[in-house]
Design a protein around this ligand. Structure first.
Ligand code: DAK
Length: 274
């Protein structure tokens, strides 16, 4: 693939959008390759996925404006569907997906981050939905996911004004869970860039998730996503079913046996090859 780097690191993987010259803007090829790369994730082994952008300047600076500029209505709709399909694939991906936002996350870039389960960012990150300034509406789910994440009032303000926000404001409104700064020594020299600190944190989170029972983690993602789409009476039923689904699995038997049995080594040994 030309624009996607993918590295599996034991039980988690890092997917990098690698089109640094254009600040990782999403053209059709990037979207196609992203779709293909997701299809190739080994879900037998990988339990959490980190998505980031190449370089320290940009996560994804949006959909490719050059490519979009000459689209007809029909082509625009097809392009929107391509993006929506791949973002929805991320949102409903069986395992948790963490967006490590290392710089600009504008338009389609902000929308890509919002289709992930969790967003963390570097101190130089910038978020925004600048589409109305370009004569279009956010087309990859921005009007829907931003409103759900930060509330309708704040989403409307960001979308109508097309104003970009920096990392501290994104943190304040709940668009990101954490902001990471560069590490400096006593003299103030940078010993680790914010991007390095961010990626290390994203990988640590992915690895922590990967240590937990995989069926339970997957079912939690599904319960939260599916439950949010319906009213509470239906949501509780969704939770009940996914809760019940965990029973009789090796994960559940091991997790509970490990807690209950005083002889932890015996339990580990008994479940070693399961
Ligand atoms: N598309 C294409 N190229 C881009 C790009 C983009 N979104 N963003 C940056 N680049 C390219 C620049 O053209 C430049 O290329 P060269 O001139 O070097 O060839 C290179 O990346 C470096 O960018 P700059 O020279 O501009 O770098 P600066 O540091 O000066 O500025 C910036 C960085 C991020 C502030 C600036 O590049 C910028 O404003 N970029 C555009 C950001 C933006 O407006 N993004 C939103 C795009 S709209 C839909 C589906 C989806 C969408 C809409 C509808 N349908 C339903 C059909 C989504 C829309 C969007 O995402």
């Amino acid at each position: 693939m030309e624009y996607i780097l993918y590295e599996q690191k034991e039980q988690y993987a890092v997917l990098t959008i690698n089109r640094e010259k254009a600040l990782n803007a999403l053209n059709s090829q990037v979207l196609d390759e992203l779709n293909e790369a997701l299809g190739q994730v080994n879900l037998e082994e990988v339990r959490a996925l980190v998505i980031t952008g190449a370089g320290a300047k940009s996560f994804v600076a949006g959909a490719d404006i050059g490519e979009m500029s000459s689209l007809t209505k029909a082509e625009g709709e097809a392009f929107g569907k391509k993006g929506n399909d791949v973002f929805r694939k991320i949102e409903t991906f069986p395992i948790p997906v963490i967006a490590a936002v290392n710089g600009f996350a504008l338009g389609g870039g902000c929308e890509l981050a919002m289709s992930c389960d969790i967003r963390i960012c570097s101190e130089n990150a910038v978020f925004g939905q600048p589409e109305v300034g370009l004569g279009i509406t956010p087309g990859f789910g921005g009007t829907q996911r931003l409103a759900r994440l930060v509330g309708a009032g704040m989403a409307k303000q960001m979308i109508y004004t097309a104003r970009n926000i920096k990392a501290p404001e994104a943190y304040r409104i709940g668009l990101v869970n954490e902001v990471y700064a560069a590490e400096t020594d006593e003299a103030g020299n940078v010993v680790k860039s914010a991007q390095e600190v961010l990626l290390a944190a994203a990988e640590k989170m992915a690895s922590t998730i990967a240590k937990n029972a995989p069926i339970a983690v997957r079912n939690c993602k599904k319960a939260i996503n599916d439950g949010l789409a319906v009213d509470m009476d239906k949501a509780i039923v969704i939770e009940e079913k996914l809760f019940g689904d965990c029973f009789e699995t090796e994960d559940q038997k091991y997790g509970m046996a490990f807690f209950l049995d005083k002889n932890k080594e015996k339990v580990k040994e008994a479940f070693k090859n399961k």
